[in-house]
Design a protein around this ligand. Structure first.
Ligand SMILES: C[S@@+](CC[C@H](N)C(=O)[O-])C[C@H]1O[C@@H](n2cnc3c(N)ncnc32)[C@H](O)[C@@H]1O
Length: 210
């Protein structure tokens, strides 16, 4: 329902198609499984096509993903966008996984590209970005992204007043980042509880700003 060519920037965090469940949380069940985090390749393919449709000419898109399905995400991304960087988000701490058989996972990936050509604002950044994770005690979503990182992408690739889009909003990290940076947002989320958490988060943020 979003009109063609109406969005200034996409910073999106789709399900990584990993059936994600943190080892640390299985016992406590703090979080549910993420919707569409398994066998949803058709959804991601359709989604990226829709992203291309709703973006204005000469705008940018950032798509979070992990190395596990990078082949799929990169191939789908390149059907619609000019890939400019595979950004590495380097976290302050590493995760768990195969404790004795694999290196500790400490990064996630972000496909960055253009519809047409988009120029970066401000000082040029390297393609490896250090940014701390949201501490476990403060997480409201199992794969919540730090607003500092989202704010950096928003500042680098849009102007104040721009409309930023994410079809997979979780508990509203992108909404908060957009508001703080003086941008507008359109964000979808399928899980009602996450939407409620996001709305509360935005209510308290607006109280702080008033
Ligand atoms: C990787 S998480 C996003 C986390 C978010 N960036 C944050 O910081 O809270 C992906 C989200 O997409 C949602 N989702 C899955 N399928 C969806 C769909 N078809 N439409 C909207 N949201 C969907 C999941 O419920 C999940 O919250």
């Amino acid at each position: 329902m979003i009109p063609d060519g109406s969005v200034d920037l996409i910073v999106t965090d789709p399900p990584y198609l990993m059936n994600y469940r943190s080892n640390r949380r299985v016992a406590t069940e703090k979080f549910r499984h993420i919707a569409n985090d398994k066998d949803a390749t058709a959804l991601i393919s359709q989604y990226l096509a829709e992203c291309q449709r709703i973006m204005k000419a000469d705008t940018a898109i950032y798509v979070f993903c992990s190395w596990h399905h990078i082949d799929f995400f990169k191939a789908e991304f390149e059907k619609h966008f000019k890939l400019k960087n595979l950004i590495v988000w380097s976290k302050n701490v590493h995760g768990t996984g195969d404790l004795r058989g694999a290196y500790g996972p400490k990064h996630e990936l972000v496909l960055y590209g253009h519809k047409g050509r988009s120029l970066l604002r401000g000082k040029r950044c390297p393609d490896v970005i250090d940014c701390a994770k949201v501490p476990s005690s403060k997480l409201t979503h199992p794969t919540e992204k730090p607003t500092e990182l989202l704010r950096l992408f928003i500042r680098n690739s849009s102007d104040p007043g721009a409309v930023v889009f994410d079809g997979f909003g979780g508990t509203g990290s992108l909404c908060e980042a957009a508001l703080v940076e003086g941008r507008n947002f359109i964000v979808f989320e399928i899980d009602r509880e996450y939407v409620e958490t996001a709305n509360k988060r935005l209510d308290s943020l607006q109280l702080l700003q008033n």
